[in-house]
Write a protein of this length. Structure first.
Lengths: 233, 229, 224
């Protein structure tokens, strides 16, 4: 039961940084992913689109090592055991993955420690990179949703990962901050990182993205180089 | 399966009947306790059977943790369920025996207490399997089974200390057993083992079918287009 | 070494969070006080009897307080799904376990520190045996509850009815340890028997299950 992979619209380089083969994930009787086969090239920004329930979040979780595939394989940076390369992966989800009672720097200091990063300068740098104030002592619970999203992104890029998996990074973020985040992602892509972004606001990355990956009902239906309107299929 | 099973049921029932006859009629009456003592054949046979089943569960759980073999997981589940049943028999026959003979319902007897603890541990094991929402329930259950197995010697040790400090009555044959009684006991144990094997086999078959159905439904869900949203 | 560094960082983070969300501590302390008072109303013996049953009372009270505390500490990792951030990182699973267990130990020890003087007061307890032995009993006994409690609390994160699953899983396995704690305490308070064997039992229990938890925790953490 191996569906033929939907061909990438880009010329495929030699070594894929992420490759997925026949990936299926089921929760009881519900099949969130129903056979996804794809390759993602290094140094590219991919935008993953689709309706709710298409399987985008589940795909990202499988790539991050948070969900174990029911069938098929996942290989990130050449490793089928994703945990072996977890130091090279950055992940951001719809929940903030932050401690509400701590401030921004306290949160990042803790998570940096998980990646064996002990200096405050790195934390301050990523906070500044997402446009937040590192000296802010307020606990995260008092942040606006947009600020929380940005801090969550800062946490994801703390370890300067080769692979960035972002699930709805722009939701509830104001237009200005969203553009800045998109700019940050573009710069990261230009420096050689591979970025997968799940979003409903694809227009923000309209020009920056290398490829748009459309998912529906647990499968990848097509991959396009430009953001075409949904009707023109 | 369909053809063999009824034959086995008849055979096992016959054997159980024969064993019951041995226990209730043929075996000599115990000197001090009288006929009540005959419950001993059921009490001890069930206990040995339950312990054997729990040992199987432990081994199957370890095998599962090492090899992730789904058959091992099914064996673990089956042996736990049937083991709990036999354990219940032990816990019911114990007090039934103790009360008329020694005037007490319960005593901190090593076998009875460790059976109680094992029963509780395996009930919690079955609850974990029922309540788990993880896709890796077998792993969690196997871990719990390992913990349970590690607990058993500690239970024995603690009861031993307790009994040296607070002398308690012993349920069961204190000294040596009359060889005729041993003979009847072994017959009954064998009969119970056959019953346990039959129950396990039927349950395993049921579990295998259930898993096959699940797999088929899962595959269908993967291949068919999703319903309209 | 990363294991020690992450453990320390996680422990301090938990202590800091516990300190900041004082409502959790306050409600726990109040609960502990209530348990002691309710027990005192339920069992009202004179001084002689009190020494016989105090061991059991005290440890059952500690057990209930510990279960409430254990449920709390993992609940924090579920808010905002922060646990995913840990799982995605290369930090070792055992660091998380040891940090949580130590944090729980400190938390439960604080509760015991509150409840013990109250028990002594209400029951006019005085130890007839070597009272210094109560310290290893308390330490080993608390660790026995906490090490398995932390492990099973993590396991019950993956179940429905999470909060009831913890005692369901913890109580049966803890029976030998409970026997140890209660009988050791009673032996020391009454001075009639030696607590030595019970302390050895508790030590064995702690060693066996600490090793088991450390070996199996990663499986539990990554079972999604």
């Amino acid at each position: 039961m191996r569906p033929a992979p939907v061909k990438s619209s880009l010329t495929t380089p030699d070594l894929a940084v992420i490759s997925v083969d026949g990936l299926a994930k089921q929760f009881g009787r519900f099949a969130a992913l129903r056979g996804v086969s794809a390759e993602f090239a290094p140094g590219r920004l991919y935008v993953i689109l689709g309706d709710n329930g298409a399987g985008k979040t589940t795909l990202l979780r499988c790539l991050a090592g948070l969900a174990r595939p029911t069938r098929g394989t996942v290989a990130v940076l050449g490793q089928t055991d994703v945990h072996a390369v977890s130091a090279q992966i950055g992940y951001m989800a719809h929940p903030s993955l932050l401690y509400d009672e701590m401030s921004a720097m306290e949160n990042l200091r803790y998570f940096a420690g998980l990646y064996d990063i002990r200096d405050d300068a790195t934390c301050a740098r990523v906070i500044a990179a997402v446009g937040l104030d590192a000296t802010l002592a307020r606990p995260v619970a008092q942040y606006s949703q947009g600020m929380r999203q940005r801090l969550s992104l800062a946490r994801a890029i703390l370890n300067d990962p080769q692979v960035l998996l972002l699930d709805e990074p722009f939701s509830n973020v104001d237009a200005h901050s969203a553009r800045e985040m998109a700019g940050l992602l573009t710069r990261m892509r230009d420096s050689g990182k591979t970025i997968l972004v799940v979003t409903h606001q694809a227009s923000l990355l309209k020009n920056a993205a290398d490829e748009f990956v459309w998912m529906e009902a647990g499968k990848i239906t097509r991959r396009t180089a430009t953001l075409q309107p949904m009707e023109a299929q | 399966m369909k053809r063999v099973f009824p034959i086995l049921v008849v055979l096992v029932s016959a054997f159980l009947g024969y064993a019951a006859y041995q226990a209730l009629v043929v075996a000599p009456t115990e000197q001090t306790m009288g006929n009540v003592q005959r419950i001993f054949y059921y009490h001890v046979s069930s206990a040995w059977t339950a312990f054997l089943l729990f040992t199987i569960n432990f081994v199957a759980s370890v095998i599962y943790l090492i090899r992730r073999n789904p058959a091992a997981d099914a064996v673990a589940l089956v042996s736990a369920e049937v083991g709990v049943v036999f354990c219940t028999v032990v816990l019911v026959t114990g007090p039934l025996w103790a009360r008329p003979v020694w005037g007490i319902w319960w005593t901190w007897d090593v076998r009875l207490t460790s059976t109680l603890v094992l029963w509780l541990i395996y009930l919690s094991y079955l609850m974990l399997r029922r309540f788990s929402t993880s896709s890796q329930t077998p792993v969690l259950a196997a871990a719990l089974a390992v913990f349970g197995a590690l607990d058993v010697p500690l239970v024995y040790f603690s009861i031993w200390i307790f009994r040296t400090q607070h002398p308690q009555p012993v349920i069961g044959a204190g000294g040596s057993i009359d060889p005729r009684m041993m003979h009847v006991l072994l017959i009954n144990w064998l009969a119970f083992l056959c019953l346990a094997a039959l129950l396990c086999w039927a349950r395993y078959h049921l579990e295998r079918m259930r898993r096959e159905i699940e797999e088929t439904e899962a595959l269908e869900a993967l291949l068919e287009p999703r319903g309209s949203r | 070494m990363t294991l020690i560094a992450v453990t320390r960082a996680t422990l301090f983070k938990d202590l800091r969070l516990e300190w900041r969300s004082k409502d959790a501590i306050n409600s726990m302390l109040f609960f502990a006080l209530l348990v002691v008072v309710v027990f005192s109303f339920s069992f009202d013996p004179n001084a002689e009897e009190s020494r016989q049953i105090a061991g059991g009372l005290v440890w059952v009270a500690f057990l209930f307080a510990a279960v409430v505390a254990l449920n709390q500490t993992w609940a924090r990792e579920l808010r905002n799904q922060v646990l995913d951030a840990y799982r995605v990182s290369p930090a070792p699973a055992n660091s998380l376990f040891i940090a949580k267990a130590l944090g729980n130990f400190i938390f439960v020890a604080v509760l015991e520190g509150l409840m013990t003087p109250l028990f002594i007061m209400f029951y006019q307890l005085r130890s007839l045996g070597p009272s210094w032995q109560l310290i290893p009993v308390a330490g080993l006994g608390t660790w026995a509850l906490v090490v398995n409690g932390t492990f099973f609390a993590a396991m019950s994160l993956r179940t429905r009815s999470r909060e009831i699953m913890l005692p369901l899983l913890l109580f049966p396995i803890s029976i030998p340890a409970l026997l140890g704690m209660v009988n050791a305490t009673t032996a020391i308070l009454t001075g009639e028997l030696s607590a030595r064997f019970w302390i050895v039992l508790l030590a064995c229990y702690d060693v066996v299950f600490t090793i088991a938890c450390l070996l199996l925790f990663e499986l539990v953490l990554q079972a999604e």
